[in-house]
Design a protein around this ligand. Sequence first.
Ligand code: DGT
Ligand code: MG
Length: 604
Amino acid sequence: MDDAIMQSSSSTCSYVDKDHSRSILHIDLDCFYAQVEMVKNPKLRSLPLGIQQKNIVVTSNYEARNYGIQKCMLVTDALKLCPNLKLLNGEDLHEYRAASNKIFELLLCWKCPVEKLGMDENFIDVTKLVLDKVKTDNHTLVGHLYNKPSTDCPCGCHSRLTVASQIANEIREKIYSDLGFTTCAGVAHNKLLAKLICPLHKPNNQTTIFPEHAVEFMSTLQSVRSIPSIGLKTTDTLISHKIITVSDLQQVSLDVLKKIFSSDMAVRLKSLSLGEDTTPVKQSGKPQSIGLEDSFKTVSVKSEVEDKFSALLQRLLVLVREDGRIPVSLRVTLRKRDAKRLSSHRESRQCQISPSIFTIASGTLTITDAGQHKLMSIIMRLFNKLIDLSKPFHLTLVGLAFTKFQERMTGRSSIVNYLMNDISVQSVLNLQNDCDTSATSMDYSAASPSSSTTTDLSDGEVEPSPKKPKKVTWIAKRRCLSKEEVASPSKLKVSELRLNSKELEKVSELRLNSRDRSLTPRASPAKDVLSDADTMKDVAEGGHCDDCPSYVDKEVFNSLPDEMQQELKAMWKNPSSSEVARSSSRMTNKSKPNTILKYFVPHK
Ligand code: DGT
Ligand code: MG
């Protein structure tokens, strides 16, 4: 890199001035799909085992890795390296997803925020737990330590991270004893370092890094792309300025970066290169969307497209049944190949769907043949909007996703869910998939080759892109590149709404009917069941809820009538004002004041 754009990294602030108060763990399952198979069938443990999806070995056990088999190797290449390789088909993700959910559930037992990242990785913020334990006894670090500590940091982070390493060990032991899986863990004062240090001693081990070694550790990373949230686009831009390694990024001056990127982005890149990261561990909830896509060489006949969609729908319905929420919006995606221009691009359309397509039988979400028929006809209507059938077309991918959900009406939780953000909807795949658009949030999934590459960055999204980056769960059937995020139970903050249970139940009963009508955005009154993606965008781009508690979904809040917004704001400001709401349930209809409840009454 040019000397002219370099500056000494010694000018960076001393680590002692930074905040090291948190204790974060990153836990990653060893050879995840292969382990699930080995736990199911222990005889496989002694064999070199590869998990195959299409013609690719997506992962292999460590026995097979001894032969040089790497993730995402072609099956033919893997067999050349290890002719005895035992191959199992891993295209059905059902059991991997189930194992992933069990691990997540187990991690919740520590009562700390857990953020799921992909299928086999989780962050846990154990700061509070550490503070409880750090005062007792002497503590010995468990596992490896990245470099020897220099002098003790005055803030006490060495002791805290030492305790965190013990907790990491406890958790790993519990995962092993309860579920049979071995894991690796990274222990650090932030997510970035915890994730990056985690694989240092694989498999079945853990590594801790103290803050004073952050800069030095980061400088060992060969490519800027190794940093989570630095995506392909940013990497390309950096490389075009001869900033290739993390060490290059550490040394380039902020002024130079600001000439290349926005000011926020430049600062963010600089901090990341120094191992600094303040992003919180966000408690994971259910995914915002559940989608599947299938890629193929070319399909140019409508009936074939219909067959593809029908097959996708069958698989998608299995996932939705497992999830348990009722879908209320469906998106169809196509990738069109332009034969003349030798390029391809994606287009999507989505529409609301009636919750009545689904039914709940014995507590399980079900769909009748008639319901499936209805969904197929909606899918083909969206398809017809995307394709001009009077002209030839060539598709190389079809995708289906349920993009919005209603929680099942379970009394108290319903209204809360309605207003709540899809709390920390786990990022599986950020469609923009690069930190270029967001200098403040960190998409760790971009760091994972599997998840980041499910987005075809060369494809333009024709669907209006929402201001908020959309996060979608794609179980991609494309290349070797899918990674899936799995639903996990949302935590409900019932108390903060301060409505009594009867009112909540009343609201719940009414919500199903009122959601599509009373609560449609003001800008777009009652819609036909089938409406365009633009309708969704109106909702998605609202943003006037500065006073809302963090758990409130701003989109939903902004689509409420003004009076209702005011009432909710007042309630949040002064919880005792919720007495108004409380008393309202005791009043007769005649005397009912203007309260939140009236807005949930279905239109006649
Ligand atoms: P590790 O962590 O190095 O011991 O090995 P794994 O297998 O746990 O690898 P990891 O953590 O990157 O990914 C977890 C699982 O996700 C892995 O078992 C298989 C799947 N996976 C990883 N990369 C890809 C990919 O590029 N495409 C597909 N379809 N699946 C992938
Ligand atoms: Mg893993």
